[in-house]
Write a new protein. Structure first.
Length: 196
């Protein structure tokens, strides 16, 4: 079970795991599957989500926790990336707050940022040895928003190697170079060893 109801994530993971003969199903849209992300790290939150989904379903579970880290802001928005501007904040609210907080930072080096993704696979809800993988995507926070692809902070996440923001990238290309793509590749290799 994928510890998420996000259809986009489900499609991306199922595509990546196709050759492993693993089929992921989304967690039910049931309030019982909602769990508080009380961890202070992405790893802790991914484990919390995977354990909860596995315990309720009785199935192995895969969870991810991802976010944006800006060193000049002491790592913010970090594990609170989706709730940076408040619990009911929109993607645009979060993006606007980050841009406001970056206004006094002009130097390119100080505008460095990276997306981080942690994936956790549990064989069962009491699994003491979860399989984990992380992916990091380096970039910078741009001065203004640009692009319509993607979601979240993509319009202000400038990728120097591509000379555009994540929101200006072709979705197929993004799925090859993103933090999630890197983590998926690593966990796929580990799962292949486990299964075969």
């Amino acid at each position: 079970m994928l510890a998420s109801g996000n259809a986009g994530k489900l499609k991306e993971f199922n595509s990546a795991f196709n050759d492993l003969n693993i089929e992921l199903i989304p967690q039910p849209k049931d309030k019982a599957y909602e769990v508080a992300e009380t961890g202070t790290t992405f790893i802790e939150n991914a484990i919390i989500k995977a354990r909860h989904a596995s315990q309720l379903s009785g199935l192995p579970a895969l969870a991810d926790d991802s976010g944006l880290i800006v060193p000049a802001l002491q790592g913010q928005p970090g594990v609170r990336s989706a709730r940076y501007a408040g619990e009911s904040a929109s993607d645009q609210d979060n993006l606007n707050l980050l841009l406001r907080n970056m206004q006094k930072i002009d130097d390119t080096h100080d505008r460095a940022a990276h997306f981080y993704c942690c994936l956790v696979y549990l064989r069962h809800h009491q699994d003491p040895d979860p399989i984990m993988a992380k992916g990091i995507w380096q970039g910078q926070i741009s001065q203004t928003s640009s692009g319509t692809q993607g979601f979240g902070y993509d319009p202000i996440f400038y990728v120097p190697s591509q000379q555009c923001t994540a929101a200006e990238l072709d979705p197929v290309n993004k799925r090859k170079i993103s933090h999630r793509a890197k983590a998926i590749k690593l966990i796929s290799q580990q799962l292949k060893k486990l299964i075969f």
